[in-house]
Ligand binder design. Structure first.
Ligand code: FMN
Length: 244
């Protein structure tokens, strides 16, 4: 790999983490060996330890192990080889779950009493921020307000439209997806994130709510002999990093 060599004085945990991250590759071929449910559950739990905007956890996962359903997903994934896996997890970004999530944060708060500031945030600030109204009409009004108020002081400018809500949900969900891949890697399984699929046909195979954006179908399994087809390529750090 064309990356920096790890610093010899880095801690053991940093070296362990680097080893894990470096070992993950997008695998394009899997054996038929199934993935034990306990491992799937562990990985999903680790996925949900990802940070999320306002801790609203706007993700959901559909775990597909049923052979008939997997067969259908292969075709949804345009017949690509990575999709012939014993396990596929649909990773969904939810734009429609924030309201329930606000209620759940207050319901499941892990202390006897919900601090007032938290209570107010999830009852007032968060709904104001995320409710874009029918067809986005609230978002439209908020965008005009933001323009005016933003002249005078720094202000949170997004998400104030239905499209920005999609970006909002996708950001946090992508972090969970990366956790999910690394978690499977730590158990010795390989993964391939796939966005090469027909989203319309996916809706016919899996029951997806209207506000759920399938950000990727994650193929998971034991790597086959031809799992890795190409050497790893990354651009040099200097190309994409600016230091200030
Ligand atoms: C959002 C996303 C979508 C991807 N879609 C596909 C896909 O449909 N099929 C595939 O074989 N690989 C897919 N990949 C894997 C990338 O091609 C792969 O991560 C990249 O080439 C770098 O290789 P590496 O992951 O082995 O380091 C996708 C990766 C990401 C992050």
């Amino acid at each position: 790999m064309n990356s920096l060599a790890p610093h010899s004085k880095f801690s053991e945990s940093a070296t362990t983490f680097r080893t894990l991250v470096e070992s993950r590759r997008a695998a394009r071929q899997f054996t038929a060996e199934t993935v034990p449910e306990a491992i799937i559950r562990d990985c999903l739990e680790l996925a949900t330890l990802a940070p999320s905007s306002c801790n609203l956890q706007p993700w959901s996962f559909q775990v597909v192990r049923d052979p008939a359903c997997l067969q259908q997903l292969q075709s949804v994934c345009l017949g690509q080889s990575a999709a012939k896996a014993p396990l596929i997890i649909a990773v969904l970004a939810r734009t429609d779950a924030w309201e329930q999530a606000c209620a759940d944060v207050l319901k499941l708060w892990p202390e006897p009493a919900v601090p007032r500031v938290i209570d107010q945030f999830y009852k007032r600030a968060a709904p104001y921020q995320y409710n874009q109204g029918w067809m986005g009409w609230r978002g439209f009004i908020k965008r005009q307000m933001v323009r005016l108020l933003g002249y005078k002081r720094p202000i949170m400018r997004t998400p104030n439209s239905l499209a920005q809500m999609q970006l909002w949900a996708v950001k946090s969900t992508a972090l969970a997806a990366q956790n999910l891949m690394l978690a499977f890697q730590s158990h010795g399984y390989s993964t391939c994130p796939m966005e090469g699929f027909d989203v319309k046909r996916l809706h016919k195979v899996l029951p997806l709510s209207k506000g759920a954006i399938p950000i990727m179908l994650l193929a998971v399994g034991m790597p086959g002999e031809r799992a890795i087809r190409n050497p790893r390529l990354r651009f040099p750090l200097g190309q994409n990093v600016t230091w200030h």
